[in-house]
Design a protein around this ligand. Structure first.
Ligand code: A3P
Length: 282
């Protein structure tokens, strides 16, 4: 079926109350409601700046490092690039299995088939402590001029606290997906744990994906997914080098004032209470 190319400008908008970048048009979000998942699909899911690209690279390497799942051709459910004839979800419908898909969709906007285990879909949710997520978003927003990009750190810290953010409030997003914590086709991985013990985290992920890794495979995954290696790869790709910035736990300490930190701590305690979800901040 021939379709006309989507035309810019892709203006920022809200969808069911969630702020969205103009890269994600309403039509694509509507299409998610009936988007069909397939057996063998692997989905990497996260709140922006939680380490999505890192996890994507890890899964790509675990699956064998083939070009179909490589990062430059990464498949997001509905990113739409200027001049493209089809939105990504339409390309995805035609992509051969196994599909490696990544997305920042909040729970309520994701394809229903993703969170109901009728298909043999595997979902990896990448999580990161909110303060480092906030700092990483700050630099990214400045560069990309995303929805209401702030001029100052102070404004950014307030926006993050207030949940006025692309893809919605951090806590709503994380707790939305966390409802699936006991579901065997979901794996939750924390950025801080990857940093602490990378080899054992990779083994957990490969076991979840039912892929056996030889020692040689494991060594390749660790090498190709290291910060240094990814920085080098991304530097060669237009528009992507900013993603690999600092890659540490605790960068927030150089950004958050005592008062800003206390306010976010309070929201963290209130929202996480009783959830069983906790983060390390340093
Ligand atoms: P910082 O901005 O704190 O450095 P996303 O992929 O969701 O956009 O997340 C980007 C964040 O993940 C950035 O955080 C980036 O540096 C970090 N990251 C990406 N690859 C990494 C790696 N191999 N090791 C550690 N951190 C990585």
């Amino acid at each position: 079926e021939d379709r006309p190319p989507f035309e810019p400008p892709y203006t920022d908008h809200e969808y069911e109350g969630i702020p969205m970048t103009g890269m994600v048009p309403k039509e694509s979000l509507d299409a998610m409601k009936t988007f069909e998942m397939r057996d063998g699909d692997v989905v990497v899911l996260s709140y922006p700046k939680s380490g999505t690209n890192w996890m994507h690279q890890i899964v790509h390497e675990i699956l064998g490092g083939k070009p179909e799942t490589a990062l430059p051709k990464t498949l997001e459910f509905f990113y739409l690039h200027v001049g493209q004839v089809q939105p990504v979800y339409a390309q995805l419908q035609q992509a051969p299995s196994p599909r490696l898909i990544w997305t920042h969709l909040p729970f309520q906007l994701a394809p229903p088939g993703l969170s109901t285990p009728i298909n043999k879909v595997k979902v990896i949710v990448m999580l990161r402590n909110p303060k480092d997520v906030s700092v990483s978003n700050y630099y990214y927003r400045q560069r990309c001029q995303l929805v209401n990009s702030p001029q100052t750190w102070e404004q950014h810290a307030k926006d993050f606290l207030d949940g006025k953010f692309v893809y919605g409030d951090y806590f709503d997003h994380v707790l939305g997906w966390w409802q699936r914590k006991d579901d065997p086709h979901f794996l939750f991985v924390k950025y801080e744990d990857l940093k602490k013990d990378f080899p054992s985290s990779v083994k957990t992920i490969s076991a979840f994906l039912e892929k056996e890794l030889t020692d040689e495979d494991l060594a390749r995954v660790l090498t190709n997914c290291s910060f240094e290696s990814m920085r080098k790869d991304f530097e060669e790709q237009e528009g992507r080098k900013e993603i690999i910035r600092k890659g540490i736990v605790g960068d927030w300490k150089d950004h958050y004032s005592t008062e800003e930190s206390a306010k976010l701590d309070q929201k963290y305690r209130e929202r996480m209470a009783g959830s069983g979800l906790e983060f390390e901040f340093e």
